[in-house]
Design a protein around this ligand. Structure first.
Ligand code: A3P
Length: 319
């Protein structure tokens, strides 16, 4: 498909994302055209269960980390020996499937419903779709949604690295003139599943209006105080730690199991690849906060400040 060609889904293919693949504008957000059909199926066919747990995020904001934490928290009584934990042999993205990119992209039986594998209860899923475009069933059910947000500049820099090695064997092309060009697009809102601000503010607003429905977490907060955040997360998803557990070391063990250093060193993440798209190790680049200072120039940050101050005015967010 060529840029600006209109598809029969009222979307437009307009951009090439980070030189890696095309993205099109659909319902006000940017999505890969090959995921449009699965996205529409997800929107129209998904029947949420009240005890489903959904992780929502923009790409590169800590999705892998949160998937690991949620899986480990919910299944802590099932897998007692962490040396044999499923996270040791399966990447978090295989354990918590993304609805639009995996579940509804894999329908092979000619129907509109995925042949849901015998998923254990509660079902754990993930999505990158903005709140306003989620299926109605997900919004009206008691399904709980955990949202993770990350500093936009770090999110951009993380994306910059990731999408330059998105296809296996693709060499990173970290030329400064290119980064400026892509950063300009990010500031304009052209970002995978963005605009960034619509995504963040959509979930943030819902978490304020409906705190039992959406838990809004910040990557930076998790880095700063993992224990408090993991406790809050466990409570929100309906698996609070008992007094006895709090006195023991299970919370610390979960934090350690899902830490950057631990996940990065697991064999599956050192050598595996994600269905032939990218190497799992690309999901564990550096971790932490503030890496943007190593990549963005003063003038780029000034431009960002001017634009984002306006976008987030009155929202209580500051970056
Ligand atoms: P960097 O590229 O800044 O290192 P996502 O999982 O949404 O794709 O986000 C990827 C980012 O989260 C990458 O950031 C990656 O290194 C970081 N990350 C992955 N696992 C992490 C963990 N357990 N703890 C903290 N950060 C993690």
């Amino acid at each position: 498909m060529k840029p600006s060609e209109t598809t029969n889904n009222n979307s437009k293919v307009e951009e090439v994302w980070m030189g890696a693949f095309p993205i099109c504008l659909y319902q006000g957000f940017w999505c890969p055209p090959n995921l449009l059909q699965p996205t529409i199926l997800f929107q129209t066919q998904f029947k949420a269960y009240d005890n489903d747990i959904i992780l929502a995020s923009l790409p590169k904001t800590g999705t892998t980390w949160l998937k690991s934490l949620i899986f480990a928290i919910v299944n802590r009584n099932k897998f007692l020996d962490f040396t044999q934990h499923p996270l040791q042999t399966q990447n978090a993205h295989e354990l918590v499937l993304q609805l639009e990119a995996k579940v509804y992209n894999n329908i092979t039986n000619g129907s509109t419903q995925p042949d849901f594998p015998k998923l254990p209860s509660p079902r754990l899923f993930a999505t990158h779709i903005p709140y306003f475009s989620l299926p109605k069933s997900l919004k009206t059910s008691k399904t709980r949604i955990v949202y993770v947000c990350r500093n936009p500049l770090d999110t951009f820099v993380s994306s910059w690295h990731f999408y330059h090695q998105f296809k296996l064997n693709m060499k990173p092309e970290l030329d400064h003139s290119m980064i400026e060009q892509h950063f300009g697009k990010f500031c304009e809102g052209k970002f995978l599943y963005g605009p960034y601000e619509d995504h963040v503010l959509g979930y943030s607003k819902e978490s304020i209006q409906n705190p039992d429905k959406v838990l809004f977490m910040e990557y930076e907060g998790l880095i700063e105080d993992p224990k408090a955040h993991v406790k809050k997360l466990a409570e929100f998803v309906g698996y609070p730690f008992s007094m006895e557990e709090e006195k023991g070391n299970i919370i610390d063990e979960i934090i350690k199991l899902c830490s950057f250093d631990s996940l990065k060193e697991m064999e599956v993440n050192k050598s595996g690849n994600f269905y032939g798209y990218f190497e799992n190790k690309a999901l564990f680049r550096k971790g932490g906060t503030g890496d943007w200072t190593n990549y963005l120039t003063l003038s780029m940050v000034k431009k960002f400040d001017e634009i984002f101050q306006l976008k987030f005015k009155g929202s209580g967010f500051s970056f």
